[in-house]
Design a binder for this molecule. Sequence first.
Ligand code: NAI
Ligand code: MG
Length: 501
Amino acid sequence: MSSAQPASETPRKYQLLIDGQWMDAESGKTFETPNPATGKTLAEVAEADKADVDKAVAAARRAFEGKWSKMSARDRGRLLYKLSQLIESKSQELAALETADNGKPIRESAYVDLPQVAENFEYFAGFATKIEGETIPVPGQMFNYTLREPLGVCGQIIPWNFPLLMAAWKLAPALAAGNTVVLKPAEQTPVTAMELGKLIQEAGFPDGVVNIVPGFGETAGAALASHPGIDKIAFTGSTEVGKMIAHAAADNLTRVSLELGGKAPNIVFADANIEQAVSGAMMGIFFNQGQVCCAGSRLFLEESVKDEFLERFKERAGRIKVGDPMDKGTQMGPQVSSEQLGRIKGYVDIARGEGATVFVGGECPQLEGDFQNGYFFQPTIFSEVKNEMRVAQEEIFGPVVSVITFRDEDDLIRQANETLYGLSAGIWTQDITRAHRFAREIKAGTVWINTFNMFNAASPFGGYKQSGYGREMGKHALEMYTQVKSVWVDLSGKPIGWFGK
Ligand code: NAI
Ligand code: MG
């Protein structure tokens, strides 16, 4: 028998990690995180607030000024590499906990999330020794060079959709560049970040280099974003909160990077390999229960293939196995929380009210036993959607796709770009000139041609427009965690003549 609760039924307990010590919150408060497949409590977690964030920022500052800045780049890289290996050795346990806390199917946490978590730490481990300055060809008897230095203390606020992977995307480049971190996991999914804290200690990072303060957005998150003691704030989450963070950071002129919402167009031309495109539409919207910022949530179909495509898409969507996320055969688990489930149901009503058709799904599935209390939703396809409708413009963040038809390429590009967002886009066609023309014309940070939801630690990811700014992963991520110092040296040995002798 499989169960969505790993190990035991007694809730796990976690404290805050500050300055290398596990401790209760100053207030003594805790919060519970449920298993979204069953609604049962998975863990009880210390609830950080402003006082704890203050302590964590102070610890991160001491670590930055102390041991961490004196450590060689090679040793920093070795610590990151050690961490990647520890993660690999614990990946089954971590995947089970990720599934229990977030609800994503075990085949995703085990074969997508965890391998990419390890990959990111490994990739940035190699970068620690390759962060270099430049010599600049300035005129005269002068020598000018640059130093690329860490920023200092970085606040990092992460979401619940890929809890450990989002922590890895942010921590790995920050640490490779020599910063220290205060990390706030999402209140819905704090568990694997706390487990990561244990591995960070086991790897041997000096105390205070990584501090982890689980807690709520309005309290711990807001205290971190507005803290005058941090040098940078990195955030992934809703566009609404992203704007609040940018406002809060502005008072201290704290550097900000934001990875926010999306409403990606996933576009199928009539000349596409239709079977491949159907698989891409599935990957685009049903992967991770649709809780993906770059999800292909606007499916644009060329009019002439619409009927054939939708028949196949409906048949495939109807066969998705929804249920116990710990079961290896499950393809979709529950949504992360009852709030998110409620939000999705709300959009089904909005779609109907706007005149769209619920073509597939639109309801909660009937499951048995403990799973009756889980936050499950059926794979859902809205047809007859117009790009101006709210369901085509607002991020739903669930397994819900809006199908929109188009006539020709000009009609398509206009509609595809008519959105506040610009995180990603997909196109399915055999015409290479059209595919690359589209890649230039679409305003989005990532374009997938005849594929979707592809990621690699070496490839940059981030938004255009209101999907945010800054790029995570790849060498671009290091730019967000370093600053450049220009150093001038006189080589002439002579006085400066400007004011005479
Ligand atoms: P959210 O943006 O409120 O939460 C993300 C993170 O921000 C969490 O760690 C949260 O504690 C923190 N946070 C919340 N309010 C804060 C504040 N005032 N100051 C500082 N930190 C704060 O997202 P939420 O409410 O969980 O989900 C709502 C919608 O946001 C989703 O339906 C989805 O559309 C979008 N979202 C997008 C994500 C992405 O990957 N871009 C991830 C999660 C949510
Ligand atoms: Mg929120």
